[in-house]
Design a protein around this ligand. Structure first.
Ligand code: SAM
Length: 328
């Protein structure tokens, strides 16, 4: 039992750390078309500051850390941060979420540093569509190569995250599903969340119930038992498939009742919930020499402010910061 739980008795053991708000892609579902106002370099937490927050959080009961962004692999020296986090005794799981374009080059080094597993965002197998979704960036070949290299160096599991958008990439659902049979991929289908000023619309939303019906053209989806994964996805597999199908339903069926996470933004704000504007600043206290116990108190306060649930189904739209800044 973790030492940290919120006012709804949810155990909190998971910290997502956004190490940068920079990204080398411009995905239509993630960022507004006119870009984002970047955080100034001075305001981005240093590795030492991130390590201090992680150490305080670990002393309170955090045992799992995910590194995200922005695109975390554009932050130089990342293996050093992974090594620093891996040295914190209470942290037993370090993972990464990436767009995969820079994954191949340093996958082995990151694994050696202490990274255990990786999630790769991939929304299409078609190069021209990749450019459309990423607003003109190329790199699909690098992502596919990065996935293969990550597996070959032993990062396990490698999970693929596909944001499903009606009329944009939903015609590839079966291609992604088939990869769980042919290549043992673990693919997670994510419902599109609304982002203010983004390049997607509500009409492109595809509920998981619909995705599931379409995927069953490939075979009967059998639930994975006992429950696999430790996040919000519900997992299934096709008969004889080596890989799994995960469904993530932030919109059609929220999973806040089992939310176990906190999020640290690149500029040092600790957020109790991805989908609420509430956040507590840790950067200024860190730079003013706050003690570890002071930091633990602020983390505890953030946990106490975790809302019971988000309100996207009632029309809430993430608008104060894009996902790339909050570490989606
Ligand atoms: N750059 C990294 C990447 O591409 O995975 C990490 C950051 S990205 C913000 C993290 C995750 O957020 C990705 O898996 C992406 O699919 C998801 N995401 C971003 N915007 C989303 C949206 N509007 N709806 C659903 N998922 C979204």
């Amino acid at each position: 039992m973790t030492g940290l739980s919120d006012s709804f008795q949810r155990p909190i053991n998971y910290l997502r750390i956004s190490v940068t708000d920079r990204c080398n892609l411009r995905c239509i579902y993630c960022m507004p078309a006119d870009g984002i106002k970047l955080i100034s370099h001075d305001d981005v937490l240093t590795f030492e500051e991130i390590h201090t927050v992680a150490r305080a959080a670990a002393e309170l009961g955090i045992s799992k850390v995910r590194i995200t962004g922005g695109e975390p692999l554009v932050r130089s020296g990342l293996p050093e941060l992974i090594r620093m986090l891996a040295r914190i005794d209470a942290i037993d799981d370090i993972s990464l979420t990436t767009n995969g374009t820079l994954l191949g080059g340093y996958a082995a080094e990151r694994k050696q540093a202490g990274l255990r597993r990786v999630n790769v965002s991939l929304d299409t197998f078609k190069p021209e569509r990749f450019e459309f979704i990423t607003r003109g960036r190329s790199g699909l070949g690098n992502v596919l190569e990065g996935i293969a290299i990550a597996k070959s160096v032993g990062l396990n599991p490698v999970k693929i995250n596909m944001v499903v958008m009606g009329g944009i990439n939903d015609d590839e659902l079966l291609d992604f599903g088939a990869k769980t049979i042919s290549d043992g991929w673990h693919v997670r289908f994510i419902e599109l969340m609304p982002v203010a000023g983004g390049g997607t619309t509500a009409s492109q939303f595809v509920p998981v119930s619909d995705m599931r019906k379409r995927l069953e053209q490939l075979g009967k989806l059998e639930p994975c038992l006992p429950d696999v994964g430790n996040g919000p996805a519900k997992y299934f597999r096709f008969p004889h498939a080596g890989g799994t199908i995960g469904f993530i339903t932030p919109v059609s069926e929220h999973f806040c009742f089992c939310c176990n996470r906190l999020r640290l933004t690149a500029d040092g704000k600790l957020r109790p919930c991805l989908l609420s504007k509430d956040e507590i600043d840790l950067k200024q206290p860190l730079r003013s020499g706050i003690s570890l116990s002071g930091l633990k108190r602020l983390i505890g306060e953030t946990v106490a402010r975790k809302p019971m649930r988000h309100h996207m189904a009632e029309g809430y739209v993430l608008e104060d910061r894009p996902f790339s800044q909050v570490g989606g």
